[in-house]
Design a protein. Structure first.
Ligand code: PDD
Length: 287
């Protein structure tokens, strides 16, 4: 693992930031997770757009333009030894300052890129599918900390994921206060019903996932009906297929939710076809 801290590439042990950083003191900051395909950062423009949107929602101005961020990412990828693909995490925090919420208290945002070789999930996971669990922690309401903000402050997600781990599940599915399905702790969520793909709308309170966006584009391109619509537990329990999506996982079939088996208990045909279309598109878009 290496890191680029404010433009300086360092090994794991030397990658340090100030304890007075408001990212540490107040838990303020935003991030993005990217991966490479053929050693090129995938959908960088979309990730930077979302990073800027997240930063704006927490009154944080990004200290660098896209060209400079692109240069730093390229240098950081070049410094990762071995492996074919690279995992990247970009983190921006307000930087060090007096202990005040006044934005003028911090003047030099901290800009970090963490990089390591990327190990994709095993082929067996895609072949077998996974079991997820519905967790007791709700996804925050959009008028609380809006889930559209890709916030470094991941306490609810971490607690929800630990609950899922205690139950031996691969992911934790979170509902909102109205009981609508939103997303998992680190991924977006989809079901398939009568050959149509359904995914919760952003208004249910979830991250606008870039993989989710690409899946919507793939479905349009391949003529599979896809609708962003409110999904409740009843819809999930009567679904033919389900899957989750994220940058690091692409599309992972979900074959069981707690004790309930989804469809045939095997990865479904629509999910499998869509995963193929997604991978083709990913390679095409990364060239
Ligand atoms: N997680 N929802 C949540 C809460 C997430 O944390 C993520 C991504 C997603 C999927 O978004 P995308 O398709 O843009 O990766 C949905 C990343 C991988 C992470 O936390 O490292």
């Amino acid at each position: 693992m290496i890191a680029n801290v404010n433009g300086k590439i360092c090994g794991g042990d030397d990658a340090v930031v100030s304890v007075f950083d408001h990212g540490f003191v107040f838990g303020e900051g935003v991030y993005e997770t990217l991966r490479t395909y053929e050693r090129r950062p995938f959908l960088l423009e979309r990730h930077l757009q979302r990073l800027r949107a997240s930063a704006a929602m927490i009154d944080l101005a990004l200290p660098l333009d896209d060209a400079e961020i692109g240069r730093r990412i390229a240098e950081t990828i070049a410094a990762v030894e071995g492996g074919t693909e690279v995992y990247l995490r970009i983190l921006v925090t307000p930087g060090p300052g007096e202990f005040s919420y006044d934005p003028t208290a911090r003047r030099n945002p901290t800009f970090v890129i963490i990089a390591r070789t990327f190990a994709p999930p095993s082929p067996g996971l895609y072949a077998m599918g996974v079991t997820i669990t519905v967790v007791s922690i709700s996804r925050s309401q959009p008028n609380s900390v809006n889930p559209l903000i890709k916030s470094n402050n991941l306490l609810p997600n971490a607690m929800a994921m630990r609950e899922a781990m205690r139950r031996g599940a691969y992911e934790g599915l979170m509902l909102n206060y109205r009981g609508e399905i939103t997303e998992c702790t680190q991924s977006n969520f989809f079901i398939v019903k009568q050959d149509a793909i359904l995914t919760p709308p952003l208004e249910s309170g979830l991250l606008a996932g870039i993989t989710r966006e690409l899946i919507i584009e793939c479905a349009r391109e391949t003529g599979v009906p896809l609708e962003e619509t409110v999904i409740r537990m009843h819809d999930l329990l009567t679904a033919d297929e389900a899957f989750l999506s994220s940058t690091t996982r692409e599309l992972v079939p979900v074959v069981q939710v707690d004790r309930h088996v989804i469809g045939t208990g095997q990865p479904g045909a629509v999910t499998t076809r869509l995963l193929g279309a997604f991978r083709e598109r990913a390679v095409r878009l990364s060239r």
